[in-house]
Unconditional design. Structure first.
Length: 123
């Protein structure tokens, strides 16, 4: 079992800027949404990396539904997670990380991490 709360928090932050989400899904030459094939652009060591994934999503727990609503355009979250797992090699490799690393991977924008004693200091 893995937890990627650090990555999910970053993808949630990214959702606040729809234009950044659209940039993540580049719709390049390999993309064919009619066939469920997506091309995403992520960043590694300052370089753009194109990652192609399909929309076939497996669940470890067969009895639980996939937590996305395709009719409400929320399908992009598990597709982006699948692309991130491909970026990192496996889902298990996503079990630990830092939010600023995920934001850089998703946007290519410079990020910075800092410590605070209270979350109220952030707002």
């Amino acid at each position: 079992m893995y937890t990627n709360a650090w990555w999910m928090a970053s993808i949630s932050a990214l959702a606040e800027w729809p234009d950044r989400v659209y940039k993540l899904f580049r719709g390049g030459e390999h993309a064919d949404t009619e066939k469920g094939i997506y091309e995403l652009q992520m960043f590694k060591s300052g370089e753009a990396v194109e990652i192609v994934v399909d929309d076939y999503l497996m669940s470890v727990w067969e009895h639980l539904p996939v937590m996305a609503a395709p009719e409400k355009n929320a399908w992009w979250v598990p597709i982006a997670e699948k692309a991130a797992a491909k970026y990192y090699g496996t889902y298990e490799n996503m079990s630990e990380g830092w939010g600023h690393e995920a934001l850089y991977m998703l946007t290519g924008m410079p990020t910075k991490s800092f410590e605070t004693k209270s979350i109220s200091n952030l707002w």
